[in-house]
Design a protein around this ligand. Structure first.
Ligand SMILES: [Zn+2]
Length: 425
């Protein structure tokens, strides 16, 4: 039997090929091939182009055939910001927020991140894993083929290591790729808030014990910090990210979400892979990002869920030449969604990005944010055959239909991992 797979029947094949990352007007260039086809071998793309050309290749004759029936095909989404592992929803806080409580009001009552920390520490590994597996199946069902996953709901040595080890186990147990990020600096845990050593003591735990251990066991590629009001200051964030860098963990930053802190400039200075959120970003931050290789990752799901009016200034960021990416920020407190198509809808209607810009931000630019643009995020020869197939006639219908899952099939390294017809979730 041939180990080639010939995929035809793509009314629009969005290749996203060309230079990466994309800035400015290049975000709108999807590299569309009408009536496109792909030849896949051993999970990688062997050829891509117009159907007639690909079908005429000698390897195509004996290849296994898959016809997509005129649907739209694009690279599988790369969700470059998630908090995958957590124990439970925070639906009770959702109701409080609707009634008018602020994020900080809830945090003061022991809610917020610390609520998730309490629940995670009390949960069994089996329960955590089962919940994560279910989420991963759902990610696949919305066309996502790679996710980043952060720790940060453990906030002690054993719980943080448990989460990061679980990222590795989950990656081995199912098909989607999981890129691990250490977010020990999510918040200062209660036991340190009460202790004399306080935040300083917790930062010592992070920089002197956890980060070296994480690096030694190769449990994460990135080190992230929640630099914001009520979390970590700029100086503390710098300390943690510098320690991460010394141990080979590339920085990423939760920046300018609730309050402007200067975290974006810090991220740029440290060569961070991405600065994420950016609702409160100012024109100087935008200029600094535009001159850098640091990706501006926007998380509109978070603002939507919290009912906030101020979204990140995507238009200004794109027009200035910043590398813009989009992600779900899947987490139980502020963005409980795994749906990248919904994020695209929000990016279009709230951030005023065009459908093409939003797709670029959720594929090749997101892959760049995870330092994987050489393997994923576009459909070119030699790249992984990670595909999302949508049951629409035009790619613009992907964000246009909101709250409706039009994902028809998801393929990871040439293997179907989700098919709407056979959906069991
Ligand atoms: Zn986050």
């Amino acid at each position: 039997m041939s180990n080639f797979l010939l995929i035809t029947g793509a009314s629009q094949l969005l290749t996203l090929r060309g230079r990466a990352p994309r800035r400015g007007s290049a975000l709108a260039d999807l590299g569309i091939i009408r009536n496109g086809a792909l030849l896949v071998r051993d999970g990688k793309i062997a050829a891509v182009g117009a159907r007639a050309k690909i079908e005429a290749l000698p390897e195509a004759t004996a290849a296994e055939k898959m016809n997509l029936g005129g649907r739209v095909v694009l690279p599988g989404f790369v969700d470059s910001h998630t908090h995958l592992i957590h124990a439970a929803s925070r639906a009770e806080e959702y109701e409080m927020k609707i009634a008018g409580a602020s994020y900080e009001d809830i945090a003061r009552k022991g809610g917020g991140i610390l609520n998730s920390v309490k629940k995670l520490r009390a949960a069994t590994s089996d329960a955590l894993k089962q919940r994560a597996h279910r989420a991963l199946r759902q990610f696949a069902a919305y066309g996502t083929t790679t996710i980043e996953a952060k720790s940060g709901y453990g906030l002690d040595l054993s719980s943080e290591l448990k989460i990061l080890r679980m990222h590795k186990e989950l990656a081995a147990e199912q098909s989607l790729d999981i890129v691990s990020t250490f977010l020990g600096a999510h918040l200062v845990p209660p036991e340190y808030r009460r202790a004399l050593s306080g935040t300083k003591g917790y930062i010592e735990l992070l920089t002197e014990q956890l980060i070296p251990e994480v690096a030694q066991e190769k449990l994460a590629e990135f080190c992230d910090v929640f630099c914001d009001r009520g979390a970590f200051t700029l100086a503390q964030s710098n300390q943690v990210l510098e320690a991460g860098k010394r141990h080979g963990l590339a920085p990423r930053v939760h920046a300018e979400q609730l309050k402007h802190t200067g975290a974006t400039k810090l991220g740029v200075k440290l060569g961070a892979a991405s600065c994420d959120h950016l609702e409160q970003v100012n024109s100087r931050d935008i200029a600094a990002l535009a001159k850098s290789q640091t990706v501006a990752t926007l998380l509109p799901g978070c603002d939507f869920h919290l009912g906030l009016k101020q979204y990140a200034p995507a238009r200004k960021l794109i027009d200035a030449g910043t590398i813009v990416a989009l992600a779900t920020d899947y987490n139980p407190g502020t963005s409980p969604t795994v749906s990248m198509p919904l994020i695209l809808s929000l990016a279009c209607s709230q951030l005023r990005m065009t459908p093409a810009e939003a797709i670029t931000a959720a594929t090749i630019n997101a892959a760049y944010a995870l330092r994987r643009d050489d393997r994923i995020g576009s459909l070119g020869v030699g790249k992984f055959a990670d595909l999302a197939v949508f049951d629409v006639a035009d790619y613009r219908e992907i964000p246009y239909y909101f709250g409706v899952n039009t994902c028809w099939m998801t393929i990871k390294r040439g293997v179907t991992v989700y098919a709407a017809d056979k959906a069991t979730i």
